[in-house]
Design a protein around this ligand. Sequence first.
Ligand code: DGL
Length: 281
Amino acid sequence: MIKENLSQAPGPIGVFDSGYGGLTILSKIKELLPEYDYIYLGDNARAPYGTRSFEIVYEFTLQAVNKLFEMGCHLVILACNTASAKALRTIQMNDLPNIDPARRVLGVIRPTVESIGAITQSRHIGVLGTTGTIKSESYPLEIHKLYPDIQVSGEACPMWVALVENNEAQSLGADYFVQKHIDNLMHKDHEIDTIILGCTHYPLLLHKIKRFVPEGVTIVAQGEYVARSLKDYFHRHPEMDAKCTKEGKRLFYTTEAADKFSESASIFLNENIEVQRISLE
Ligand code: DGL
């Protein structure tokens, strides 16, 4: 079954996040795959998702995926760990068959997890994420599917998204919250040699995170792994590649006020962009 309002013509790649964090993923994807067209959708009016229930994150994410499909996307990347953890599987298994079985939704957790087997030496890794992502246990579950020998410790950092969204990532106040959660994580397991930034907002705090992480610990930001995995996906799925238009264009949509989004988005992208407001309800 294919929903009637969906066009079968090739279209842009959809990139979805609760807010601005997915822009860190989009910028890495665009670096590696500049020829493709992209639509970015941030549900800023309802962000953050990190503290919301499974049902709500699923409902909001499905609305966003449907909107991106209606806008012509055949492939949507959930550039949000919280949505990947709480909504991806259900959308793939239960919703896609009824919407259009040929469309695809991919997340950011699997590509990140695939990368760490070759990075960790001690086989002890840490994951920093939102409360929702850490509570979902998605990282340990995915990691153990591929690497049963790796020990995983998680730490929820509920303030970090707020620091980034409120442009406080450079402030002295941010030091306190960054150090607190790094220390908590390292106390859980002293042998950690690799830390995954399991939230797409966290690369904006990278300079501070590096200051408080013990020497020799590798920090894994997701963008480049997601980008490489997408490139690989297109090699393995030429039929999906053919459904993606390639004129190097990007469109940005937000559920919040457009000027607010474009101002903050420039921090993430280092450039000025044009944004339009849309509603998902
Ligand atoms: N960027 C989202 C993630 O990767 C978190 C932001 C939020 O809590 O909405 O999990």
